[in-house]
Design a protein around this ligand. Structure first.
Ligand code: SD4
Length: 334
């Protein structure tokens, strides 16, 4: 991470901490955490423990740093997930999550997210506009309402009742990209956009609590109203606290048709390793539809910290962070 990026990153970490109501972090602890995740095997996140975080794509490294800071502040696995999601949702340079996410074909940025915690509780929001932190909203649905999923205007109304601030999520860059796209209006899902895509996060804390989350602006230039797999429990994310968790990235339509994340967790329940389970869920898609132009990647974490990741095509990577440090891992494919 360059110097300017590091400064931005630390600012966003501070904002994340404040937004989560955590005690202000010292600049030293921030530097320690971000340094320890920028090189593998560098020490700095403290004592030993089973805490592990897996997050999709390059932005996963920042998400995991934020998650470990939340853990250091006494947070749970669910706090780690939310802190990780918020920092990526806040990053206006990311074109696929939160602020700066590419819009639908009519120019609207619509966000989807869901989460599951260590008790198997779940929350979800979809088709949310104007609120940059859909995963926090999904968590509120999970913890404070009798429901699991809120959509569109109703989700936005609930967010505003909670005091969440509305803002325009379309940035100058994403607006220009959309205007460029409109010249041809050729709808074609692009896979592996700059290795920054939907973020799926799986976190295990030192007490063995397992939680997960998934947050996205969905496919660029989709039809207005389209919702993908990311807020669909069992598709974009599934956590069974006794077994493990899984999350998906890529073409949501393919993930939904195969209930992919649930499948990965069920395969783990039946004795497969996280890696084997991800491979089998990818093969299920490959057997059922043409996949030359579509990418799907799965990430899985078992309740005891084993992990795996697999995608249809080359190019899917993920960040893994433990108390020993963090590194990017290229997922296997095919
Ligand atoms: C969707 N699965 O909306 C999301 C997009 C994504 O990597 O994951 N892109 O279909």
């Amino acid at each position: 991470m360059g110097k300017a990026n590091r400064r931005d990153f630390l600012k966003r970490l501070a904002a994340t901490g404040a937004a989560l109501g955590l005690a202000p972090w010292s600049i030293e602890s921030m530097l320690q955490a971000s340094a320890s995740t920028s090189a593998s095997a560098s020490p700095g996140l403290g004592a030993s423990g089973k805490a592990t975080m897996l997050s999709t794509w390059n932005h996963g490294i920042e998400a995991n740093a934020a998650g470990f800071l939340a853990l250091q502040q006494g947070g749970t696995a669910m706090d780690m997930v939310e802190a990780g999601a918020r920092i990526v949702e806040s990053d206006a340079t990311g074109l696929s999550v939160g602020i700066g996410g590419l819009p639908d074909r009519d120019g609207h940025v619509t966000l989807d997210a869901c989460c599951m915690d260590h008790t198997g509780n779940a929350g979800s929001v979809c088709f949310v506009q104007g609120l940059p932190h859909p995963l926090s909203l999904a968590r509120k649905v999970m913890e404070d309402t009798p429901h699991v999923m809120l959509a569109g205007a109703g989700a936005e109304q609930y967010g505003q009742e909670l005091g969440m601030t509305r803002r325009d999520l379309l940035t100058e860059t994403s607006r220009r990209a959309w205007e460029e796209w409109r010249k041809t209006s050729n709808y074609e899902p692009v896979i592996n956009i700059e290795n920054h895509d939907t973020i799926g996060i799986l976190a295990l804390d030192d007490s063995g609590r397992l939680s997960g989350g998934c947050t996205t602006s969905g496919l660029a230039y989709k039809m207005h109203g389209r919702v993908g797999d990311s807020p669909i429990l069992g598709a974009g994310l599934f956590v069974d606290p006794q077994v493990g968790g899984a999350t998906a990235t890529g073409l949501g339509e393919a993930v939904m048709k195969t209930v992919g994340s649930f499948l990965v967790v069920e395969l783990m329940r039946n004795g497969e390793t996280p890696q084997q389970a991800c491979e089998e869920a990818v093969h299920r898609i490959m057997e059922g539809m043409p996949t030359d132009d579509l990418q799907v990647g799965y990430l899985a974490l078992s309740h005891d910290g084993n992990f795996g990741g697999h995608a249809i095509h080359e190019g899917f990577n993920f960040a893994r962070t433990t108390r020993q440090g963090g590194s990017m891992i290229d997922a296997s494919h095919g």
